[in-house]
Design a protein around this ligand. Structure first.
Ligand code: ATP
Length: 235
């Protein structure tokens, strides 16, 4: 579904990504793990059109998406849940969800999807009239994921959904990510520092160091890999 081919990218004169090659198959959960500052977020930003590759290409179902504006990428089926959630704090939960569906015109479908996300995260139904900024960190993450789902993405990009959350909430959110993948076939590209949790739900993984992909394998093999254990799993 998604292919990064020899992608170089960075910010102004600062190079960050170096010849990054990745493939995300339709219906897969792929995780990109790595240390602080490795370039994981920059990779996601390149996919969703926020950082322009200097070299290489990014293909969605075989067609280049480099240079396509972010709103058009949403229409093509790519939605992003940014690091730090970035929900609209002054809008209610229901209004945040409406914002996720702003490109859609199928009112019946939107209504069904609101029911679907309330089914995934019942707490959001209870909080539907509450401003997003008053939610707890975990609830805001649930809202950010739900808002992205409201665009009915085929490819969902998640940037560190576990950031700053308690282990119990992380498990709950990761269970829901699996549910979304299984129930709707949504392809998931998950960027995580929490390698242990991410590899437990992913089909395959990529390891990034200093903007370079250094290792790729099935998630099960990466969980068993001695170097990965030492560097990222604290074992
Ligand atoms: P983390 O897990 O800490 O979020 P990361 O792997 O996602 O890290 P990036 O956020 O992609 O890493 O950052 C990679 C490098 O790019 C870092 O050295 C960072 O300082 C730099 N960088 C990120 N954003 C910018 C920016 N807007 N301008 C300049 N440099 C940036």
């Amino acid at each position: 579904m998604l292919k990064l081919i020899d992608v170089d990218a960075g910010y102004g004169p600062i190079p960050v990504l170096h010849a990054v090659n990745m493939e995300v198959g339709k219906g897969e959960i792929i995780t990109l793990i790595g240390a602080n500052g490795a370039g994981k977020t920059t990779t996601l930003m390149a996919v969703c059109g926020m950082v322009a590759p200097r070299k290489g290409d990014i293909l969605l179902e075989g067609i280049s998406i480099c240079g396509i504006p972010a709103n058009r990428l949403v229409e093509l089926g790519i939605s992003q849940v940014p690091e730090g959630r970035l929900i609209f704090p002054d809008l209610t939960v229901a209004e945040n969800l409406d914002m996720g569906a702003f490109l859609r015109k199928d009112r019946e479908g939107i209504h069904q999807d609101i029911e679907y996300v309330f089914d995934l995260f019942p707490i959001l139904a209870d909080r539907r009239h509450q401003p997003g900024g008053t939610l707890s960190g975990g609830e805001q993450q649930m809202l950010a994921i739900s808002r992205a789902i409201m665009a009915r993405p085929r490819l969902l990009l998640l940037d560190e959904p576990s950031l700053g959350l308690a282990p119990m909430i992380i498990r709950q959110i990761f269970d829901i990510i699996v549910k979304i993948n299984r129930e709707s076939g949504t392809t998931i590209f998950l960027v995580e520092q929490n390698a242990n949790q991410a590899l437990k739900i992913a089909h395959r993984g990529y390891v990034m160091e200093n903007g370079v992909i250094t290792l790729t394998d099935t998630a099960a093999n990466l969980l068993d890999n001695e170097d990965v254990k030492k560097a990222y799993l604290g074992i």
